[in-house]
Design a protein around this ligand. Structure first.
Ligand code: 5GP
Ligand code: ZN
Length: 115
């Protein structure tokens, strides 16, 4: 649950050691397409620094978590959803449906896809 670096899929994507279709990047945040999209546009917005889960985030993580939400706003506006809106969600822990233990915000826009 606290694995980082080489053991963490999203750390590998941040380090460009695993492939992903990157859609947004700034100094602190990366966003890339979810490999199994559940909406017409389904991105994962992650802090570049490894934070395992909202369950274990610390006060010092608050700024970069806020930056993830600012990235969602930027992405939404850039893709033409600034007024129509979109969904941003976080799964937290085993009963919250979290499978990858590097905090990520699901950004979903343009309607659901699949089951
Ligand atoms: P969780 O279930 O932890 O909230 O979300 C993990 C998300 O990561 C899922 O929506 C899943 O489709 C996505 N995912 C899993 N493996 C990969 C991968 O290798 N690349 C990308 N881009 N997304 C992945
Ligand atoms: Zn990580």
């Amino acid at each position: 649950m606290t694995t980082a670096g080489a053991d963490c899929l999203f750390c590998r994507i941040v380090a460009r050691r695993s492939d992903a279709e990157i859609e947004y990047e700034d100094d602190h945040v990366l966003a890339f397409k979810d490999i199994y999209p559940k909406a017409a546009i389904h991105l994962l917005i992650v802090p570049k620094r490894h934070i395992a889960s909202i369950l274990t985030m610390e006060t010092g993580d608050a700024e970069v978590i806020g930056r993830c939400l600012l990235a969602a706003r930027t992405i939404g506006a850039a893709k033409g959803f600034g007024e129509r809106g979109y969904r941003v969600s976080v799964n937290c822990g085993p009963e919250g449906g979290q499978h990858v233990y590097h905090v990520h915000f699901h950004f979903m826009a343009g309607g659901r896809r699949g089951a």
